[in-house]
Every structure is written in structure tokens, then in C-alpha cells.
Design a protein around this ligand. Sequence first.
Ligand SMILES: *Cc1c(COP(=O)(O)O)cnc(C)c1O
Length: 405
Amino acid sequence: MQLLDKLAAQLEERRQQGLIRTRRTVESPCGPHLTVDGRDILAFCSNDYLGLAAHPAIVDALREGAARYGAGSGAAHLISGHSRAHAQLEERLAEFAGPYLVESRALYFCTGYMANLAVVTGLAAGDKDTEIFSESLNHASLIDGARLSRTALKVYPHADVEALDELLGTSTAANKIVVTDAVFSMDGDLAPLPELLALCEKHGAWLIVDDAHGFGTLGEHGRGALEHYNLRSPYIVYVGTLGKAAGVGGAFVAAHATVIETLIQRARPYIFTTAAPPALAHALLASLDIIAGPEGRERRLHLSRLVAKWHDGLRLSGWTALPSHTAIQPVVIGANEPTMRAAAALYGQGIWVGAIRPPTVPAGTARLRVTLSAAHSEGDVERLVRAVNALNVQMNAEERTTDGT
Ligand SMILES: *Cc1c(COP(=O)(O)O)cnc(C)c1O
């Protein structure tokens, strides 16, 4: 039993550091109101930013896709798993991202995690003389992609364009790859993409943009961060995920056709896995229709009104609401223990907000991570604001009492 005892001891250590993660089992579809353990819970923790995860038209499309294509794909894309639905989706996604790329083509992946492993390893692999320049707050999947590619890696400080310029300038690598989130998942701020692209063009580097939180929500047509900034370049490799704002699952890479062909030929996370069920791709066609159409625009407008309402209502002391304009709205508390206590207190009132601790965020910046969705009502956000304000007052008072001040 020695091996198990060792694991148990490590778990116990984690528990004592307040780092144990747990799951709650949800009985209802994803939405603002969830059923958990028979209770009605108001949730502010999903990434379903446009409220499409349970949208009737998309659910119908999923059903129709299953009737037409069955439940599973049966094989990898390069064997017999690539269906008409996947092909149609890739065409639509290439068009969707087309204005911001040159000779755009798109490739659908089972998950964003795999898409990121694929782009980073795929672009790095051709050249022994490769250096990756990674933003310090990048998502774990980009970090893992860099590790898996076994190439030289430099991390530049968050949003520090000058530091990146210097690193790129002193690099002698023939193949330079800059990798960044477009919207930072734990802070909600945007990367300075125009400046990053200018640097990439100056130094002859690729720019991999992971727009997991921007696709669907940013830009007039929901095309994401590239539309928001109106950027266009053959050196951009764009990753959008389809399980967040798009409400279904999977992800895509859109880039110059030569980049996509390279990924098909040599990206192992693409080649060595069963293709996602075609019905998902079919459902995503319906999701894209909504995102690009008037309903999508209305949902984005509603979401931005909710973001404004949240900021207008907060009255915090000691806690910091980060100045994010996106659906991701963190409240930094600092230490792990009070952050967990705050999340538990909100849950006790029937409000579910994620609590994020290190190593997901830097030590000492544990936070509540509120995510807003177009499916929330103004009343939902008012209830959240009142609860967070009151909890802040209460926890500050408790701290003064225990301090004896
Ligand atoms: C969620 C997320 C991913 C992973 O996407 P999945 O489809 O959930 O695997 C990648 N990058 C960022 C920034 C994310 O937030």
C-alpha cells in the first residue's frame, strides 16, 4: 500500500494548504439557474457567455445532426472520421475568420486544449532553430504546448510589449513564435494585439492568438479579438474555442492555408485522436448563425449592459474588482482562505461564483471569478452585486474583530 499511502499524504498536504478542488454535480442544462443537490442556484461561473449552451435552435440542430450522422465519428479525421458536417463547419469558420487572415482555412479540433497543443507543437516542430515567446498569463494549454514542443522558451511579462521587443530583437532563432491569450482568462483584460502584431511583423515572427474568451463575444459580428482590433496578417494563427460563447464544444484554428495543411500533416493532437461527433459540428453551424446574426448582436449588447451594471453597483473595500470590460469579472481578495470562505458564503445564499487559487493565478491574488452571460437578467446581476457588497462589509467587520482593532 506504500504507493497509495504516498498519494494520500500528498492529497492531505494539498487539503491543508486549502488547495483541494472539488466538483459539484449539476442536474439541469447550463444556464443562469442551475439545479444542484435539488437546490435552485444562480450561477456566475460558466463560460457560456452568450447563453447558447441550452439554446433551443442549437439543441434542435444537435438532435438533427445525430439523426443524420449518428452518435460518433468512428475514426480519426485522417482515416474515415472526417464527415460532411466537419467539412461544412471548417468552411464556415474559415469564412468567419477570413477578413483577418490571408488565404484563410480552418481546422476543427475536439477541444481548445488540443488545438493549442497542436498549433504550438505544429509550428515549432519543423525547425530545430525555434524559439517560443510566451506571455506570462497564458492559459495552461499554451504552456503545455510549449513544453511539449521541447524548444527554447522565453516568458515575457504580462502585456509588456517593450520587453517582448527586446527578447525578439536579441533572438537569433530562425523560427520565432509569439504566443498569447487574447482575453486573459483569470483577469478579463485584452492583450495589446495591434502592438504584438507589429512586433511580429518587424521581427518575422508568428503570432498565435488564443481567443477562447473573445470568440463570439468581441467584435460587431462576434468574430472575436481580431475583429475587435481590426487586424489582418498572414502571420496570425488564430485559435477560437467553441465550448464557451459558441455553447457547444471543440475548437478551431484559422490561419493561412499553408499553416493549416502543416497542422494536418504533423500536429499529433490532431492526427492521433478520434474526430469529435459530427453532430457537434452540425450544431455549431446553428450556433455560428446565431452569433453572426441580429440575435448574436443583441446578446452581446445585453452582456455589455450587464458588465456596466456590475461595475456601477460594486462598493468594495479591501477587495479589488479588476477593470475588465469582458464577461470575465474577477474580484481579487488575496489569500486563499478568505477567498474560499467568500465563495462558500455566496453559495450558502444560492449564488455560485468560482474561487480561483494559485497555481491558476499568482500567489496572493486568489479571487472570485464572476462570469456574466447574456442569459443573465439585470435582476440576476443586481442580486449578485448586493450579495458581494454585503459580504465584503461583513468579512471586513469580522477581520477587525479578530484583529482586536
Ligand atoms: C478554456 C480555454 C482553453 C481550452 O479550451 P477547451 O475547449 O475548454 O479545451 C484554451 N485557452 C483558454 C484561454 C481557455 O480559456
